[in-house]
Unconditional design. Structure first.
Length: 257
């Protein structure tokens, strides 16, 4: 998580944002290519019905769940048994859960997909739907909810950059490469299926990366805000101990009655 990576992400955002902002028909051009794939039942965007591609998407969706599960389990054990030492690094637990909650969770699925009314390719008039096409920057589309900008699946896939950033130095480059490959693969699947325009998947990755980059700086790098594992463990104990003491005291009273 360094400045070079940030510059690359911001540069990509600027190039794609400006190009597809001034020429939104580029989104239609990319999606029109995949719209042309039809199956025997004359379903357009037929890749969305291709079993191997559907299986690849479903498998990819589970990767982030598997990667965050140890952090969630360790957190729950600490909240239930606050005097027990954390099973994982406190900073790692905080970093993984917060980035997943804020990125794919709050920003993407909680805000953008609900309030940015951009329709999906399969729903716009140019591809047989009833809704009108708008550029990526325009929230005034016809979609009422669960809209196209940005892709939740792709945001979840690119979130794997977070655990990759915590990999040992010898494995970090390989881990980041795997995370980027997963994100790019999921992006390709969603565009091929007519579920998202190209800008929907590009900005899903960029927004997720920016949240991860900022959170990494706050927790690990920047002197004024960085934490230690002991800081996180102490905070969790402070939060969980009153409830633990209440429950222990409650059951203790019942035993003495």
């Amino acid at each position: 998580m360094n400045r070079t990576e940030l510059i690359v992400a911001l540069s990509l955002a600027a190039v794609v944002g400006l190009a597809f902002g001034f020429y939104p028909e580029l989104d239609l051009l990319v999606s029109r290519y995949f719209y042309g794939f039809a199956d025997n039942a004359h379903n357009m965007f037929a890749w969305r019905l291709y079993p191997p591609l559907m299986l690849a998407r479903d498998t990819g969706l589970w990767v982030s769940t598997v990667l965050v599960a140890p952090a969630v389990v360790a957190l729950l054990i600490k909240l239930i048994l606050p005097r027990r030492k954390l099973l994982l690094s406190g900073r790692a637990i905080l970093f993984l859960i917060v980035t997943l909650a804020l990125g794919p969770g709050l920003l993407v699925n909680g805000v953008l997909k609900e309030y940015w009314g951009r329709s999906r390719p399969i729903d716009v008039a140019q591809f047989g739907g009833t809704e009108h096409f708008v550029a990526w920057w325009d929230p005034r589309g016809d979609c009422p909810s669960n809209c196209g900008f940005v892709s939740g699946d792709v945001a979840g896939a690119f979130w794997t950059i977070a655990p990759a950033a915590l990999a040992p130095p010898a494995w970090r480059a390989l881990s980041l490469g795997a995370a980027l490959s997963l994100g790019a693969g999921m992006a390709a699947i969603r565009v091929m299926a007519g579920g998202h325009f190209l800008t929907d998947v590009v900005f899903a990755g960029i927004f997720t990366f920016l949240i991860i980059w900022i959170a990494y700086g706050l927790i690990y790098r920047w002197p004024r805000t960085r934490l230690t594992d002991a800081d996180v463990e102490w905070a969790l104990e402070l939060i969980a101990t009153p409830g633990y003491n209440f429950i222990v005291g409650l059951f203790g009273k019942r035993k003495t009655e």
